[in-house]
Design a protein around this ligand. Structure first.
Ligand code: CAO
Length: 243
């Protein structure tokens, strides 16, 4: 394969007036290295799907009122991902540094991308299968606040099995998140939207649909695995609504 051409060195001033030159933050520089390595080194595919979360959304509001705190979709998604890692072990695996062996894990730690003023961080929530949605919501708030103020220690950013990247509070209909190596998959979710669906007897029903964008390492996961995983995720979220 040919080496990549060098980054273009351009005097932008020749094209018009310039603003400030601002150095990247420490977090941006670190993230840039990892993102570039993962983007260039991993053969990515992104599978797009949507999950009907009408019942889950009602459940999350009821749970929140009963428990006296706001619950977003995030803790439900983290628990559902942990449950699916147990059923789809190839999603809970990592290639070792030689690229010749797959290491399967029996723990279920889920990473969560956090948008901070200084750049992107991924916090890891351990043993999501054993925690309640309230425990997870509490931990998400604590880690997000820490990430946005003091930053996170390395111990809170390592050991993830899969990452959740939610842009649902902002918008979007889908995106292509970059796999966070040595994990083999990352789930992106964007804003849930009410959509018309054909219901019983051809009646029109309005359902709340959550867009899912599952990027995966194609060396480990095939397209059919990814399609099964997102279909199972929808079913898992449905089960969470009626549990
Ligand atoms: N659809 C519709 N509404 C959604 C939603 C979705 N998918 N996800 C969240 N919301 C709503 C929440 O219910 C909440 O509504 P109210 O204000 O009415 O209560 C609002 O959006 C804000 O949610 P939040 O941001 O406070 O909480 P969260 O649990 O959704 O997310 C966190 C927490 C830390 C994951 C998020 O703040 C964040 O930083 N996300 C950015 C991740 C990112 O940058 N990813 C891109 C990385 S590149 O791969």
């Amino acid at each position: 394969m040919n080496a990549l051409p060098p980054w273009p060195e351009i005097d932008h001033a020749q094209f018009g007036e310039l603003g400030q030159i601002v150095p990247l933050s420490r977090i941006q520089k670190l993230a840039a290295g990892y993102l570039t390595r993962n983007w260039v080194g991993i053969p990515h595919v992104t599978h797009h799907d949507e999950a009907d979360i009408t019942e889950l959304d009602a459940r999350r509001r009821r749970d929140g009122e009963a428990g006296g705190r706001k619950l977003t979709l995030t803790p439900y998604l983290m628990k559902a991902l942990a449950a699916l890692l147990a059923r789809y072990p190839q999603f809970n695996a990592s290639l070792d540094a030689s690229g010749q062996n797959l290491v399967f894990k029996k723990y279920f730690h889920v990473g969560m991308a956090i948008d901070t003023p200084n750049g992107l961080l991924v916090a890891v929530l351990r043993d999501c299968d054993r925690k309640s949605v309230f425990d997870l919501a509490e931990e998400i708030d604590t880690l997000a606040a820490k990430a946005r103020t003091r930053g996170l220690p390395m111990k809170d950013m390592v050991g993830g099995c899969i990452t959740l990247s939610s842009l649902g509070h902002i918008g979007g209909t889908g995106f292509t998140p970059i796999v966070n190596a040595p994990e083999v998959a990352i789930l992106g979710v964007t804003r849930a939207q009410w959509k018309p669906r054909r219901g019983v007897g051809d009646a029109l029903e309005w359902r709340l649909m959550l867009p899912l964008s599952l990027s995966y390492d194609h060396r480990v996961i095939n397209g059919a695995d990814a399609a099964r995983f997102t279909a199972a995720l929808e079913a898992q979220l449905g089960e969470a609504a009626s549990a």
